[in-house]
Write a protein that binds this ligand. Structure first.
Ligand code: NAP
Length: 250
């Protein structure tokens, strides 16, 4: 078992993986005053340090952990177990690699550790970057939630952009973005059921059917989302069969 140690400005930290998160994390840790080595593209290129942060694809974590000579290893994955590392910190944010070090300030971070000491270290490191640490009981469900909140939002917005473009809107991202931001604000403060507006919650089924007929290649996505939206709308909107409505209109 690794000896206990506390996080100090002298703590040396190696970053393995120079991708989207590795680079900005290295910049942020340096800005916080740590002795940072890397980011390195290969685990066997970095010197022995107090902590090695594995900023590699989830599938490469186990291999990278085997190659490091550092006292403690940490991964940044939301879904991966602790089998290959001592602790984990999952910053709940999306990183493309172009962000400034302040990107970590104020965001949440799911932390875990094999031992209480490891958990404390994870908590301290998250806080040193300005993040708010929290724990989860089901990593897979937690990570699925993060995908819904980020990746799938982009999937939906891409469909919106394509439909708006097909409808003749010249600058779809610019004109749709305020609608997206207000919806997110309303959801944050009131939850989805109270924030929901539009034809489904109003019960304007002919309007829903008209929309559906115009969705083209996005119809499967529209149907899946309309079904999920009806569940949120609940009893205010009795279940309606869109397919038969569309047939009625044909
Ligand atoms: N990006 C995000 O928004 C985000 C958010 C939260 C958590 N995370 C977590 O952060 C970790 C890294 O994600 P990422 O988005 O930064 O990935 P990424 O952009 O794909 O970067 C991964 C980096 O790891 C390198 N690499 C691949 N296999 C390696 C190996 N066996 N040994 C050493 N380096 C290796 C890659 O090098 P090559 O380019 O040469 O292959 C690349 O530089 C993942 O665990 C992810 O779940 C990411």
């Amino acid at each position: 078992m690794n000896p206990t140690f506390s996080l100090t400005p002298e703590t040396s930290i190696a970053i393995v993986g120079a991708g989207r998160l590795g680079g900005v994390l290295a910049r942020a840790l340096r800005a916080s005053g740590f002795d940072v080595r890397g980011p390195s593209r290969r685990a066997d290129e970095i010197p022995e340090t107090d902590i090695a942060i594995l900023a590699v694809p989830d599938a490469a974590i186990a291999d990278a952990a085997k190659s490091t000579k550092s006292t403690r290893t940490v991964h940044l994955s939301g879904a991966t177990s602790l089998d290959a590392v001592d602790f984990s910190i999952h910053p709940l944010q999306t990183f493309t690699g172009t962000e400034s070090p302040e990107v970590f300030h104020g965001i949440g971070a799911a932390i875990d550790g094999r031992t209480d000491d490891d958990k404390s270290l994870a908590r301290d490191l998250a806080r040193a970057l300005g993040m708010t640490p929290f724990t989860v009981t089901d990593r897979a469900a937690y990570h699925a939630a993060a995908s819904f909140a980020s990746n799938f939002v982009l999937t939906v917005l891409d469909a919106a952009e394509q439909l708006a473009t097909a409808a003749g809107v010249e600058n779809p991202r610019e004109v749709l973005a305020p609608l997206v931001r207000q919806s997110v604000d309303n959801w944050q403060h009131e939850g989805a059921a109270d924030a929901l507006t539009g034809p489904i919650v109003r019960g304007d089924e002919l309007t829903v059917a008209t929309q559906r007929a115009a969705t083209g290649a996005h119809r499967d996505l529209f149907d899946a989302l309309a079904t999920a939206t009806r569940r949120i709308a609940g009893p205010r909107n009795p279940e309606a069969d869109l397919h038969s409505l569309e047939k009625d209109r044909a």
